[in-house]
Structures are given as structure tokens and as C-alpha cells.
Design a protein around this ligand. Structure first.
Ligand SMILES: *Cc1c(COP(=O)(O)O)cnc(C)c1O
Length: 356
């Protein structure tokens, strides 16, 4: 018998690491299909030459770049090893054993996992029939044990977004001593002007924090850097529980260099958003039901056929992400990648005889 882990660890699911067969079209992780900009790759190489030195403790140079971009003071920004790391830090900083984290479901899978790792109960509130956050039901579900509420906007995996008025009404119903975390990992792909910029709310309210990442829009998923914007009290709490030096010198340099090229990044995001609408039209034409998305992916609520459909796509060399018997999430790739996926969809529909 080996060394026993803490008793509840067995109840926490293992990470399932998707295989990456060579040559497959990877539309299963919401990554950028395009590699980092050349200037970013050069900055990483320069940072590597200083690899024998520890990085800055709080990523001070990167914070300075970000505060210029976001127009907030430096005390308002914390950097993390990806924004998932910041999700975990927020839970660790704000929740004690027996407290509660509240989130929608389906939403980002990391929230309930991190809650359980921290010995915290994850209370979930079902999305509404339009695959959107049911913010009224979430506000109703806040209990005296609730310490942190995650709102993923746009929501992973459904791509749906809440609008500014809904979000403001929601935040006004949340007690001042409960932290609302607006996870805006896909903010840069939003094209609907009614979808709010969470920073406006964070500036006004001490109990609202925003998470963003360089993984998606900036194409730095493999380099690991994200950030949290919130009041100085939130930022210092988040920094207090950080793993020292978790944000590597390479990650700090990459993100800072990327911020010098925001025009190119925005252009790439606009192209992804345009391709998203085009892909959605093709999928609707093929008979699929596809909620409108504000992110770099689309949600296909295929129910019981989800795994079968995802397996069919994998056999045709295109990987998508299956979520139980609820649906399949497909990342918007570049046109040639999306073409491979659309062909798989069309084949599936004709194999099934009656379409979708
Ligand atoms: C991808 C993603 C993140 C952040 O990922 P990192 O790579 O850790 O920055 C955070 N939240 C959601 C909802 C995501 O989909």
C-alpha cells in the first residue's frame, strides 16, 4: 500500500489529456491556429538568454505595459501562470474549508475542480434554455456560505454572452462581501457592442475582479500567462497565495512583446470573429442547431449523439471537444481547417440519413 492521499482526492476527476495525432486538425482546445507574432518569438529567445536569473516577482514590467493598455493603476493588476492559475488563487485567497463557490453549468470546468481542491463546495446553476448564464437564478443561489461567484463571459463552452444591463443588475444583487469574478478569457473576440467590458464594473466595485489571458487571442497558450484586474485588495490577496516565480521570464517577455503589437492581435481576432460567423452559417445550413457565439468557438448541443459525432470527426482527422451527453465545442480555425470540419459534418449528416 502506498502513502494515502487526503481522503477526498479520489472524488476529484483526473485531467483528461486529449491525444494529438500527427496531422490532425486541432479544434478542441480553443487555441489560436496561428503561431505567436515573430516579435514575440524573438522576445522569448532574448529572455531565454537570461534564463539563469529568476524572473521579476510580480512581473513588474509586464504590469506596467498592461496598466498603460488598460488604463488602471499598477496596484490593480496581478499576473498569473495562465488565468486558470488566477482562478485557483482567487479561490484560495477568498474561500476557507466549507465555504462555497458559485458558477454556472456548463461553464469552465476548472471552477468546480479548483473549489474541490480547496475543500470548498461548488454550487452550480444550470444555464438557461438559450445556453446562457441564468443570472437571476445565480443571484438567488447566493447563500451565506458563498464567497466567490464566477461569471464566464462569453461562456466556455457555449460561446454565449450576457449583456451589460443583465450583468449590472446581477452585480447589484450580489452582497458586497462576495467576490464576483468575470472570466473574460474570450473578450477579444466579442463583436456584439451590448456585451460589457468587465473592467468598467471592476473599476466601480471593490467586489468585482476580471480575468483575462494571453492564451487565446494572443496565441500564447503554450507560454502560460494571464492577468487579473481588480481593486488593490483583490490583487494583493491573489499575489499572496501565488506560487513564487510561477510566471516565467519567457512568459513575461512574451506577453510584454505581444502588447506592443495589439493592432495585429486585434486584426487576427476580427478575422476569427468573421470566420466564426461564416462557419456558423455553414453549420446552420447543414441542419445543426448552433447558438450565436461571441468567442472563438461554437457550441453544438448534440445531446446523446455528442460522443458519436466527436468520434466521427476524429476518424476524419479533426478533433473537437465532447462534453458528456450535452454537446460538442468546436474551435474556429482558419478556413482550411474549418473546411475539414464542415466536410465531416456533411458526411455525418448524410451517413445518418436524416441529417441532424
Ligand atoms: C482558456 C480559458 C482560461 C485561461 O486559460 P489560461 O491558458 O490558463 O490562461 C480561463 N477561463 C476560461 C473560461 C478559458 O476558456
Amino acid at each position: 500500500m502506498g502513502v494515502p492521499t487526503r481522503a477526498d482526492l479520489a472524488g476529484i476527476p483526473d485531467y483528461i489529456i486529449p491525444g494529438r495525432p500527427p496531422g490532425a486538425v486541432l479544434l478542441n482546445s480553443n487555441e489560436s491556429s496561428l503561431p505567436p507574432l515573430p516579435a514575440v518569438v524573438e522576445a522569448v529567445a532574448r529572455a531565454a538568454a537570461q534564463g539563469h536569473r529568476y524572473p521579476q516577482w510580480f512581473s513588474e514590467d509586464l504590469v506596467a505595459w498592461l496598466t498603460a493598455e488598460l488604463e488602471v493603476p499598477e496596484s490593480w493588476v496581478a499576473i498569473g501562470c495562465g488565468s486558470v492559475s488566477l482562478c485557483q488563487q482567487l479561490i484560495q485567497a477568498y474561500c476557507a474549508l466549507g465555504d462555497e463557490v458559485l458558477c454556472a453549468w456548463r461553464s469552465f470546468e476548472a471552477y468546480p475542480v479548483f473549489a474541490r481542491v480547496a475543500g470548498v463546495h461548488a454550487r452550480t446553476v444550470a444555464l438557461d434554455s438559450g445556453h446562457r448564464h441564468d443570472l437571476a437564478a445565480m443571484a438567488d443561489a447566493v447563500s451565506p456560505a458563498t464567497r466567490v461567484v464566477f461569471v464566464c463571459n462569453p461562456n466556455n463552452p457555449t460561446g454565449t454572452a450576457v449583456d451589460a444591463r443583465e450583468l449590472r443588475d446581477f452585480v447589484e444583487r450580489i452582497p458586497d462581501d462576495v467576490l464576483v469574478v468575470l472570466d473574460e478569457a474570450y473578450r477579444e473576440f466579442v463583436t456584439d457592442p451590448d456585451v460589457p467590458d468587465g473592467l468598467l464594473l471592476a473599476r466601480e466595485r471593490g467586489n468585482v475582479a476580471v480575468l483575462r489571458t494571453f492564451s487565446k487571442a494572443y496565441g500564447l497558450a503554450g507560454i502560460r500567462v494571464g492577468y487579473c484586474v481588480g481593486s488593490p485588495a483583490v490583487v494583493s490577496a491573489v499575489n499572496k497565495v501565488a506560487v513564487p516565480f510561477a510566471v516565467s521570464r519567457l512568459a513575461q517577455a512574451a506577453a510584454a512583446a505581444a502588447l506592443a503589437h495589439t493592432a495585429e492581435v486585434s486584426e487576427r481576432c476580427r478575422a476569427v470573429a468573421a470566420e466564426r460567423e461564416h462557419l456558423r452559417d455553414r453549420l446552420l445550413a447543414a441542419g445543426l442547431s448552433v447558438p450565436a457565439s461571441q468567442a472563438n468557438f461554437l457550441w453544438l448541443p448534440l445531446g446523446d449523439r455528442s460522443a458519436d459525432f466527436a468520434g466521427f470527426c476524429a476518424d476524419r482527422g479533426v478533433l473537437v471537444r465532447c462534453f458528456g451527453n450535452e454537446g460538442v465545442r468546436v474551435t474556429v480555425g482558419v478556413r482550411e481547417e474549418n473546411d475539414v470540419f464542415v466536410r465531416a459534418v456533411q458526411d455525418y449528416a448524410s451517413d445518418a440519413g436524416a441529417g441532424f
